[in-house]
Design a protein around this ligand. Structure first.
Ligand SMILES: Nc1ncnc2c1ncn2[C@@H]1O[C@H](COP(=O)(O)OP(=O)(O)OP(=O)(O)O)[C@@H](O)[C@H]1O
Ligand SMILES: [Mg+2]
Length: 135
């Protein structure tokens, strides 16, 4: 399905609703150019899952963990260049186990998790438009 978002808030609210559909063990891959709204979407997911605090991008930490009854893992693999690096993050032990795993820049991990929900972010025709496609 495709959703056209007109603002960061719309992206957030759309993701917040979408979070209601997520079961334990779900992996969500968020991909698209820089600034296309992946983190904005992740913030909405976390809000929908019940998180009240501030969510920041895990670009440098690689993974932020939120404990909401079950752990919610928020990865950003932008800086991960190869599979050895990915192994050393613990990603393979954690991904999709007793948690919900959200992954920005999933490229390098994609082939290992065909069961993941794939969400694609694209720029639209106006500065604040984003096209969000869910497979
Ligand atoms: N419709 C929209 N949805 C989401 N963000 C929007 C929208 N319109 C404008 N923006 C702006 O675009 C930026 C999206 O930033 P965000 O950090 O979510 O992108 P990202 O895809 O996670 O980037 P990165 O690849 O650097 O992690 C924010 O500055 C936000 O305010
Ligand atoms: Mg981001």
């Amino acid at each position: 399905m495709k959703f056209i978002s007109k603002s960061e808030k719309e992206t957030f609210e759309f993701a917040k609703d979408f979070a209601g559909k997520l079961d334990k063990g779900t992996i969500i891959f968020l991909d698209g150019e820089m600034g296309s709204g992946k983190t904005a979407f992740a913030k909405g997911l976390l809000s929908g899952l019940g998180y009240k605090g501030e969510v920041t991008s895990p670009t440098f930490a690689l993974c932020h963990i939120y404990n909401l009854g079950i752990p919610i893992l928020h990865y950003d693999l932008y800086r991960i260049q190869d599979c050895d690096d990915l192994y050393s993050t613990g990603f393979f032990e954690d991904c999709g186990k007793d948690n919900i795993t959200i992954v920005e820049w999933s490229g390098i991990a994609k082939e290992y998790f065909p069961e993941a929900i794939q969400i694609k972010f694209e720029y639209g025709s106006t500065p604040e438009e984003r096209i969000i496609t869910i497979e």
